[in-house]
Write a new protein. Structure first.
Length: 483
């Protein structure tokens, strides 16, 4: 038998008092009856004494019987209420007190039931609010840490735990200096707790994701009476924002430099021609040719910038149409092989096969990307070298491979050659007329078409660029309407 069961079966002090009072009342009544009877038997004291003793015994027995019945009745009425109250103390508010008792206990039962309804509703609201808060904190992209006046962690969401490399469950309740190993984070929270003023700070932090740039916003936590109860910190990872700002700054600087160079050359040559009317004809022709060359370079740069802006703006598949990529590659090889300048003299060979390479794409973008790859290979391959262009199908993707026997690319440059305005050899790039945007355009075209581009190269041993574009699934080919 449990302690709870033994307690519910043990009569209460109130019942014992009622029982004792009832027994005394019956004994007194019995004694009074005996005394009254004694007056009638005054001439026989012995008989009177026996009657009084018998009356007391009968009264005591009746008191015991009636008191026990009363105790059982009251205990039976309170037993269900006691069980319901104990269920509430355990957090089980689904129990309800029965309403089949007398008026007094019915009032108590109604009060218990009403209390259970109110508590159940409030607990349900608190649980729903807790779940909403947990979902919100878990879905936030910012890290959150809160501490109390005792410098113990009371809240930390998963993003903050990843940034700080700690477990957000096991560290609740621990002191911040024990749980968090970042001195900067600890100082921010503790200073806010001491000064009771909000603050903002940007700093670098080493995380499991590498070095990150973090902006932290801290503020004191206050209760309803405006007393400070702790401090809250919100951590916003702006690493990508800072990286994009650097890219933008570099891009603006590079564009300004690239535009300024030909414009300055054209302006200087034009002013020289204007200021010297008696210039020799052969010199004038040479200056005019330089102006033409620089204007052509400026035109190519502007065209590539517009093409790159168009690719970044329209990154969807609107305007895509089925086409045979093999035809586009052949046209580009034929077009570029006919160029006759002293820089482009390498021999171009091709292995395109006979199988159609059907892809879904924008023809002009693909023409430009393939042309840029072949043009680059020709520019950086010696006159006695060779450029090989091949196509094929691998894993439901069309691949175009451009292999050259040119000067190659150093390993340290391979990760950056697809960046805008990045040049391995700046002097040679400008000499052959490069804008520094060709490979960046190729990469954007591949991304817009759901493909990719890779490069393998070794300095002095040539390069291999491999461009991949997804094939059109056969079911889409069959489902396409016939014109």
């Amino acid at each position: 038998m449990s302690d709870t069961d033994s307690k519910t079966r043990k009569p209460s002090r109130l019942l014992w008092r009622l029982y004792t009072s009832y027994a005394i009342l019956i004994v007194v009544m019995g004694s009074a009856f005996g005394l009254l009877t004694r007056e009638h038997f005054s001439d026989n004291p012995e008989a009177a004494g026996k009657i009084i003793l018998l009356s007391c015994i009968v009264a005591t027995v009746l008191a015991l019987i009636l008191g026990n019945l009363l105790q059982r009745k009251v205990s039976g009425q309170l037993e269900p209420l006691t069980q319901v109250a104990e269920a509430y103390s355990r957090g089980d508010f689904s129990q309800r007190a029965p309403l089949i008792l007398d008026s007094e206990t019915d009032r108590l039962a109604c009060a218990l039931n009403s209390l259970a309804d109110d508590l159940q509703e409030q607990i349900g609201s608190l649980r729903a609010e807790h779940n909403r808060l947990r979902v919100i904190l878990g879905g936030m992209k910012d890290g959150i840490v809160a501490i109390d006046n005792g410098e113990r962690i009371v809240l930390i969401n998963p993003i903050a735990s990843r940034l700080l490399n700690i477990d957000h469950r096991s560290n609740r309740g621990r002191e911040i200096l024990e749980a968090i190993r970042s001195n900067k984070v600890n100082d921010l929270l503790l200073n806010t707790l001491r000064t009771q003023r909000p603050s903002e700070s940007e700093f670098q932090m080493i995380t499991p994701l590498g070095e990150r740039t973090i902006v932290a916003y801290t503020s004191p936590l206050m209760d309803a009476s405006q007393e400070v109860t702790g401090a809250l910190a919100v951590f916003h990872d702006i690493t990508e924002v800072r990286r994009l700002e650097m890219v933008r700054q570099d891009f603006v600087a590079n564009v300004s430099h690239e535009l300024k160079t030909p414009i300055t050359a054209i302006r200087g040559l034009a002013e020289t021609l204007e200021e010297d009317p008696s210039m020799a004809s052969d010199t004038r022709v040479r200056f005019t040719r330089k102006i033409t060359k620089q204007s052509h370079r400026l035109s190519l740069l502007v065209s590539d910038l517009l093409a790159l802006a168009r690719l970044e703006e329209h990154s969807g598949s609107d305007g895509f149409a089925p086409m045979d990529l093999r035809t586009v590659v052949q046209e580009r090889i034929t077009s570029l092989s006919r160029l006759e300048t002293h820089q482009i003299q390498a021999r171009v060979t091709s292995d395109l096969g006979k199988q159609p390479l059907l892809v879904l794409g924008e023809e002009e973008e693909l023409r430009q990307a393939i042309g840029n790859l072949i043009d680059n290979a020709l520019k950086y391959t010696p006159a006695d070298g060779e450029v090989q262009v091949s196509t094929g199908i691998t894993d439901d993707k069309v691949h175009i491979e451009v292999r050259d026997s040119g000067i190659g690319i150093g390993t340290e440059h391979l990760e950056r050659i697809f960046e805008r305005f990045y040049r391995v050899d700046k002097a040679r790039s400008r000499e052959v007329g490069g804008t520094g945007l060709g490979l960046s355009i190729v990469k954007h075209v591949c991304i817009n078409h759901g493909g990719d581009i890779t490069v393998k190269s070794e300095e002095g041993a040539g390069s291999v660029f491999r461009m991949q574009i997804p094939l059109i699934p056969s079911k889409k080919i069959h489902a396409a309407p016939q014109n």
